[in-house]
Design a protein around this ligand. Sequence first.
Ligand code: UDP
Ligand code: MG
Length: 315
Amino acid sequence: MSTELSVVIPVFNEAANLQILNKRIVAVLTQMQLTFEILYVNDGSTDSSLSTIKQLSADDKRVRFIHFSRNFGHQVAVSAGLENAIGNKIVIIDADLQDPPEFIAQLYEKICEGYEVVCARRKNRKGESWLKKRTAHWFYRILKKITTVDIPLDTGDFRIIDRKIAEILRTMPESHKFLRGQIAWIGFRQTALEYEREERLHGSSGYTYKKMLRFALDGITAFSDFPLKVVTWFGFLVSSIAFVVILFAFYSRFILKDYVQGWTSLMISVLFIGGIQMIAIGIIGEYMSRMNTDIRKRPLYIVEESNIEENLDKH
Ligand code: UDP
Ligand code: MG
C-alpha cells in the first residue's frame, strides 16, 4: 500500500525533544488512520540526536532517517528530506515542538479540499526574543515588497505539500535554497491556516543571527534584483546632482569669478566619475543578474494542464 503521508523533520541538536515529538506525531497520524513515514534528517548534530533517531527507527519501521556528515543547514536538511520522502503528501515540521504536531490533522484536511500547498501561518510566536521577532517581521514585509513572487507573510517551513511540488523542487537545482520562496514560485493552489507557535520545548535555537542573515540574503538574492536596481538609480541620481553642481562650478568660475583655485576642476571630475562609476556598476550588475538566473537553471514555466498530448494522439 502506498504511503499517504511523509513527515520530514530537520534535526540539529534536538536529542531532548525527539522522543516526545515522535510520540505526538505517531499519535496524531494513527488517529487520522493514515499510512505514513516519519523521515528525520539529522543535520550534523553534535549531541545524542542520532542515537535517539536510530532507536526510534529500530522500534518502528515507519521511522526512517538520513544522517549528514556535518551541519549543512536547515534548508539543505529539509531539501534532502523532500527528495527522499515517499508519501503522496509531505509535511515539513520543526523538531523542537514549536510547531504543534496535532496541527498536521488540520493541514491534511485542508489540502484534501483541493490544494497543492497549505502553509501554517504563525498567529503569534511565543518565547522568542524581541529582536528575532522584529527582524523576521520586517524581513518578510520588505521581501514581499521587492519581489514579484507572492511569498506568504509570517510563515516558516511548517506546511503540507503535494508530492507534485516536491518533484518540481527537484527540477530547481539551485544550491542556495530558500524553500518558502521556491514553493511560492511554483504556484498551483496554495493557501494558509493560522496556528499558535509554541515555545521551543528543550534546547536552544540552532539559528544564530549569522545563519539568519545568510538565510535572509539567500532569499533576497534568489527572488529579487532590487538591491542591484538601487545602485543603478543611485548612479543616475548622483549624475544628475553632479550635472547641477558642474553648472554651478562653471558659473562661479567664469561669471562670479569667486572661486578657490582648483575647486572647479576637482569638483567636476569627482562628481562626474562618481556618477559614471555607479551607473557602470549597475549595468554590470544587470548582466550578472541575468547570468544568475541562468545559472539557477530553474524551469522557465510549469504546466499544470494541457491537451497537447491528446491532440497528438489523434493525428
Ligand atoms: N535545524 C537544522 N539545521 C540547522 C539549524 C536548525 O536542521 O543548522 C533544525 C532544527 O533542529 C529545527 C528546525 O531546523 O528542527 C528549526 O530550527 P530552530 O528551531 O533552531 O530555529 P528557530 O525556530 O529558532 O527559527
Ligand atoms: Mg525553533
